[in-house]
Design a protein around this ligand. Sequence first.
Ligand SMILES: Cc1cc2nc3c(=O)[nH]c(=O)nc-3n(C[C@H](O)[C@H](O)[C@H](O)COP(=O)(O)OP(=O)(O)OC[C@H]3O[C@@H](n4cnc5c(N)ncnc54)[C@H](O)[C@@H]3O)c2cc1C
Length: 502
Amino acid sequence: MNIHAGNSPASSSLAAPSGIIFTRRKALRSGALLVAGLTVAKAAVAPPRAQRVVIVGGGIGGLCCAYELMERGHDVTLLEASRRTGGHVKTIRDPLPDGLYADVGAEHFTNPGYDDYRRYVEKFDLPVLPWARRQQMYKRIDGRWFTEEQLADKAVLGGFGFNAREIDYIREHGFRELPTLYLAPYLAKFRDEYQPFGVGLDECDHLPLGDVLADAGLSAAAVRFLSAQRSRPNEKPAAGSSALFRIWQAAIVKMRGLPVFKREVFHLKGGNQRLPDAFAERLGERVRRNCEATAIHRGDTSVTVRFKQADAEHTLTADHAVLCVSPLVLPRIQITPAWPEAKAYALQNTSMNMQSRVLLVTRDAFWKEDVPSINLETADPKMYFVCETASEVPGPRRLLMGSGSPAQTPEETIAAFRKFYPGKKPDTIEQCIVHQWWKEEPLAFGCERNPFPFGQLAKIWPHLIEPVGRIHFAGAAYDNLPWGQDAATRSANRVARQIHAS
Ligand SMILES: Cc1cc2nc3c(=O)[nH]c(=O)nc-3n(C[C@H](O)[C@H](O)[C@H](O)COP(=O)(O)OP(=O)(O)OC[C@H]3O[C@@H](n4cnc5c(N)ncnc54)[C@H](O)[C@@H]3O)c2cc1C
């Protein structure tokens, strides 16, 4: 389900849906280099005057921004509306049995990728586990299951209707890398990953990808798997994402040297909440829980933030405020004077997706020797992927994880699993948990940004991430790629640098 702050239509994404203890040094070597670079930069630029900064929102974005500002010598207070920090990065143990644990929000990070995120993992010495959830995936297409080997088979690919060039490309690079075959000529045009305009493709903001690739020789299968349908003559394109947006996103991935499909993924042993917890611990009393910001007055020389704590109203005056909450919950905060028009438009028309976390506790690993892999891509909205999590926890009970629609029941989830499960053995499901975010944490609303629809990139970007006077924006919604924890930590660093330099 796509939930919108404004009236913009929902749109689909180009991207495919996504133990031994790994040595942290090896996993994070590139991060260590970044740490070294940052230390030098910080030592060189001491703050001329400590700024007083109020951060609104204690998810990973807000905590990271507060931490970076504190490290640079500024005076920060972080207001978090709920009684816990971490927002969408949340690990649960209760009511799971046998020491099992699960991330009900952000489940993984990648390497390469997630540079800022991994820098903190290294710095705080958090234990990393590689996660095989994207290895040997078993994918359901049109109700049939395919192994990765089958999806590289000439006859299977021909059966889908791919042409000879596409088949050769897929066989060489993999099924999920197909977008690069057609987008490659456009990607090299981009120079600055935060600037999609001015590279000769501005018009593509108003077109679907199919129109831009009209003469590229796509087969019907490529049109389908790339969601590259063309518009009809004399008809405005139906709802969908802007071709410029899609090309730009692919260009950023290329600029960062990442594959289209990030197969090497990791999580923190004991749960990803360990990172926000590490920030919160270091910030200490600067973090104020149960404090919901309700109004912000933006003045020329200061910002005043009103907040509620135990039904009493308080105010804080600061040099800067950083809003680290989803655009979907921002309307709950009264802003005076109102946002400038371009900012208001960008915030109101940014849509975010919502998903529930689905967990199945099983008596044993019933799927072993029954299916080629339990890394399932199901195409079922009630559990559109399945994988095993917390596999390092000893004992016969196992934990399967997936993502579902924002509101669904455990009974519906089990029924969906039993319908799509490709094996022959009966399952041994003992317990099903559905973590519905909108119910459990109503102010952590909207988890990752949806693609920008036709004609909207120019209206929304870069206004979405730009500061308004002394008010700045950080968090998953406010960076160029909508990759949860990566976007949150990147934008947090960007804002901390801006405030420090001011
Ligand atoms: C099921 C699921 C799977 C995901 N998988 C991944 C993944 O594998 N990898 C990845 O990187 N990301 C993933 N994500 C996305 C990622 O978790 C989020 O994008 C990221 O954690 C958002 O962080 P944030 O700090 O921007 O915002 P949030 O986590 O939403 O934090 C915002 C905080 O602000 C608080 N708040 C709101 N309003 C106010 C107010 N008025 N005053 C004070 N506080 C307020 C909220 O209570 C909340 O704590 C997933 C998310 C979900 C739900």
